[in-house]
Design a protein around this ligand. Structure first.
Ligand SMILES: NC(=O)c1ccc[n+]([C@@H]2O[C@H](COP(=O)([O-])OP(=O)(O)OC[C@H]3O[C@@H](n4cnc5c(N)ncnc54)[C@H](O)[C@@H]3O)[C@@H](O)[C@H]2O)c1
Ligand SMILES: Nc1nc(=O)c(N)c(NC[C@H](O)[C@H](O)[C@H](O)COP(=O)(O)O)[nH]1
Length: 245
């Protein structure tokens, strides 16, 4: 953050949802995007400095969070740093719940991986994670929710650490924290031709939500891409963040 409190790091939020706004089924099935959409996401991953997800996404999906679908580097000619295709992986995990057997932890010796925790995280677990190659970042707690990471403080830390573009890939709780704190610049949502339903199915944005329409986050549609898979990719920019800048 600059002296004026302005965050310069570019924050892009990407997700895939059903037409009823769910990002997973109530049983946790989350294979929503087509192969071609996943390739678009991996190209995006290859163009950012870091990719961030919440711990529940790691627990439920056991993701890899690499840009492995981008093999033909010529196709991403505008990538500024061709030498590093995989972004740094950042897991927001206030209490360090991540499993030592997760794919993220098991590959942390090869792919730069950081975990954002609070002082509530058990020191012994943090030592184990460091031993396995993860970089631990102890961040202040969210003033509104004990045990959770203050995302503003985390982003400030990451910006000072040289990260200028970050891709957030959910889930719903992280998306809410980001939106409520007005910490995102762009939102890209793939709407799949699916109806998931279920009041317990995770939706694009979780948390408490806004009380009135007047308070809601306002975004501006900048691009619409219709794919032959039946998916629509919607690109938005955050108007409010632009006004602050
Ligand atoms: N379709 C998609 O695009 C997509 C993308 C990502 C995740 N998902 C799905 O979303 C589900 C997980 O989403 P979720 O909402 O349950 O969890 P999440 O992934 O957003 O993680 C939330 C957890 O992170 C921790 N946390 C620490 N600091 C936090 C902070 N400041 N704000 C929020 N959380 C903080 C807390 O333990 C919290 O419960 C999974 O089923 C996953 O498959 C789908
Ligand atoms: N764009 C997108 N389409 C989906 O259908 C879906 N489920 C996700 N979900 C994002 C979430 O962060 C996942 O955990 C990672 O997409 C898994 O990443 P890997 O393939 O393991 O690298 N994202």
């Amino acid at each position: 953050m600059t002296k004026t409190g302005k965050l310069n790091m570019r924050v892009i939020l990407n997700a895939a949802a059903s037409i009823d706004g769910r990002i997973a089924t109530c049983k946790g099935d989350t294979k929503i995007s087509s192969e071609s959409d996943l390739r678009r996401v991996h190209i995006l991953r290859s163009k950012v400095d870091a990719i961030l997800v919440g711990i529940t996404t790691v627990i439920k999906d056991n993701p890899m969070l690499t840009a492995r679908r981008v093999q033909n580097r010529e196709k991403i000619s505008e990538t500024k740093d061709m030498s590093r295709t995989n972004p740094i992986r950042i897991i927001v995990d206030g209490k360090a719940k991540i499993s030592l057997h997760s794919t993220i932890v098991k590959t942390a010796d090869r792919i730069e991986t950081r975990i954002a925790v609070t002082k509530n995280a058990p020191p012994r677990k943090l030592k184990q994670l460091e031993k396995l190659g993860l970089k631990v970042m102890v961040i202040d707690q969210d003033p509104e929710k004990q045990g959770r990471v203050d995302l503003k403080k985390l982003f400030d830390y990451l910006e000072r650490d040289g990260i200028s573009k970050i891709l957030v890939e959910g889930g719903g709780e992280i998306n809410w924290s980001l939106i409520k704190n007005n910490l995102f610049d762009e939102l890209i949502v793939t709407i799949s031709p699916l109806i998931i339903g279920g009041k317990n199915a995770i939706s694009l944005v979780g948390g408490k939500g806004y009380d009135t329409i007047n308070e809601c986050a306002k975004i501006k549609l900048t691009k619409v891409q219709k794919k032959n898979t039946g998916e629509i990719v919607l690109y938005y920019k955050n108007i409010k963040k632009d006004k602050i800048k």
